[in-house]
Design a protein around this ligand. Structure first.
Ligand code: PEP
Ligand code: MG
Length: 582
């Protein structure tokens, strides 16, 4: 048998899949123009309306099939498409074209699609430019109904279990449906690390390699493939020895996953007996299941932004309370840290903040705590609800993006005022609710000792700390090669914060992505970090690493590394710290 290396793309998970190739025909069928008789215009209009309705029904059905424990807001992908199916641009404009040009519905839709794609193509923002994919996905969904094909994809009816799907691109709806059918993996021609397909594959736990150019031309339907997502490689027609090698690798991986499950109820205690606290980051009430499933000791970061998104008015106190209560009760007594609103910059402010002028530089403008202090109608109902939910379980408040002590004093005085209000109204709450702050702006890290005096706990937000320290926009592809968690400045700032917390006897945790990255955990342990909060999906691997760590020895090695931070082999030396755990 021959072995062909067919392509290298971007692996979005770290798994291996072996299976038969399945070609998914998902390209848009070219619509042809047909002129229709005046008496057929009404029928053609109705046919188009029926197709839009059918597309909506399909998407609603897919929405119901999203796995409940998925730890990301993947509903948003489907909701965006559903909103587009309500928009006049796709609902009304093609009908006007059918009527004015007396043409068939497929052609009218194609014309509209071309216009919309042109608009997206002209956009300067590279992220928005890629959103033309959404237009194509929704148009494709309507076209299928016009062509009389039911369901989200032509392939959905077939048995896809164990197959490796090859496609030019995948719609979010197809991705969800095929995951539920047990596909082994996806390989696509298009897409980057932040594309919908990549994000969905990661959050649904499907092995995937994306951006393998022309893969659908080179690989045949039905042939045997090996997909190594860690290397971003797809191999066709492997010989026996290669197959054996990958089967073993994949078996090791499965055994590794199974062995991690055995750690769920074990403590995260190091070899030399130091207890580490591992908590989960969550964004939605649905994430509770994943949190409990991995045995997290609490929620170290609950991002509350989703409550404010996709709506015309900010949520009121009772809405906040209902949502927080559901989460607190679902956590069965483990503690939760609720972060107050952090809208702005990468977390889009949409219609519920329509009175606020767009900032000229959103990352440095009115975001997070700055926005909350400016807009009491956004902030006070949230704080009142957090205080009220503290009567139902161990709840802490966390303030994002603090940069000056003045802000902290202002927040604390509002909290005291609200406590008095709630008391007067007869509501119960924990009068000693801990108030902590995120240390994610370099100024706050450098002044961590002052903040530590006035906060009950500190949590290091490395995602923003890296962005602000290195002046690298965290979502801009063009500069992400500069986004370096191991930059000496970042390591120095992290160490400053940990030391400030220890000195003031205040707990320090980390809730940025760095906390859940296996490469950095030994380094952070050696720096003195004892509390970590991360996506539930990586928590058991973190626990495994901690249980294999000798923190005493790491402390000495890291002290040595920190005293030679000007050297250029930091990455190598950090890798060595973790090499003993593999
Ligand atoms: C961070 O900045 O590290 C963080 C955890 O917050 P977010 O990613 O929500 O900005
Ligand atoms: Mg942040």
């Amino acid at each position: 048998m021959t072995l062909t290396c067919t392509g290298i793309g971007i692996g979005v998970t770290s798994s291996i899949a072996i299976g038969e190739a399945y070609h998914l025909q998902c390209g848009q069928a070219e619509a042809r123009r047909r002129t229709i008789a005046p008496e057929d215009v009404e029928h053609e209009t109705a046919r188009y309306q029926q197709a839009v309705l059918g597309a909506r029904q399909d998407l609603n059905a897919v929405r119901d099939q999203i796995p409940k424990a998925t730890p990301t807001d993947i509903y948003a992908f489907i909701d965006t498409h559903l909103l587009m199916l309500e928009d006049a641009a796709l609902v009304e404009a093609p009908i006007e074209t059918i009527q004015s040009q007396r043409c068939n519905a497929e052609w009218a839709l194609q014309l509209r699609r071309n216009e919309l794609v042109k608009i997206f193509d002209a956009m300067e923002d590279p992220y928005l430019r890629t959103r033309k994919d959404d237009v194509d996905h929704v148009v494709g969904q309507i076209q299928k109904h016009l062509l009389g094909q039911q369901g989200s994809s032509t392939a959905i009816e077939e048995d896809l279990k164990g197959k490796i799907i090859l496609a030019q691109d995948l719609t979010p709806a197809d991705t969800i449906l095929m995951r539920n059918q047990g596909v082994a993996a996806f390989v696509t021609e298009f897409g980057g690390p932040m594309s919908h397909t990549a994000i969905l594959a990661r959050s649904l736990g499907i092995p995937a390699v994306i951006g393998v150019h022309r893969v659908t031309q080179y690989l045949k339907h039905g042939e045997l493939l090996i997909m190594d997502a860690e290397q971003g490689v797809v191999l066709a027609n492997p010989d026996e020895r290669t197959l054996e090698h990958y089967r073993n690798k994949s078996g090791d991986e499965q055994a590794h996953i199974a062995s991690l499950r055995a750690l769920v109820n074990e403590p995260a205690t190091s070899v030399d007996g130091i207890d580490i606290t591992l908590k989960a980051n969550i964004e939605l009430p649905e994430d509770i299941e994943a949190t409990n499933d991995v045995g997290a000791l609490g929620v170290g970061l609950y991002r509350t932004e989703f409550l404010y998104m996709n709506r015309a008015q900010p949520p009121n106190e009772e809405e906040h309370l209902a949502s927080y209560k559901r989460i607190v009760e679902g956590l069965n007594g483990i503690p939760i840290t609720i972060r107050t609103l952090d809208l702005g910059a990468d977390k889009e402010m949409d219609s519920c903040c329509h009175e606020i002028q767009p900032a000229s530089n959103p990352a440095l403008g009115l975001r997070a705590i700055r926005l909350c202090l400016k807009e009491p109608t956004l902030f006070r109902p949230q704080l009142r609800a957090i205080l009220r939910v503290s009567a139902y379980g161990p709840v802490r408040i966390m303030i994002p993006m603090l940069s000056s002590l003045q802000e902290l004093h202002a927040v604390k005085s509002i909290i005291e005022e609200l406590k008095q209000e709630l008391k007067d109204e007869g509501h119960s709450f924990n009068p000693d609710i801990p108030v902590g702050g995120m240390i994610e702006v370099p100024a706050a890290a450098l002044a961590a000792d002052s903040f530590a005096k006035h906060l009950d706990f500190l949590s290091i937000g490395t995602n923003d700390l890296i962005q602000y320290t290195l002046a690298v926009d965290r979502v801009d592809d063009e500069v992400n090669y500069l986004y370096d968690p191991l930059h000496p400045s970042i390591l120095k700032l992290i160490q400053l914060v940990i030391q400030a917390g220890h000195k003031a006897d205040k707990a320090v945790s980390m809730c940025g992505e760095m906390a859940g990255n296996p490469l950095y955990i030994p380094l952070l342990l050696g720096m003195g970090l004892r509390k970590f909060s991360m996506q539930p999906g990586v928590l058991l691997e973190a626990k495994r690493i901690i249980r294999a760590s000798d923190i005493g020895s790491l402390t000495k090695q890291v002290a040595n590394l920190m005293s030679h931070l000007d050297e250029e082999d930091i990455v190598q030396r950090v890798k060595q710290l973790s090499s003993v755990m593999h």
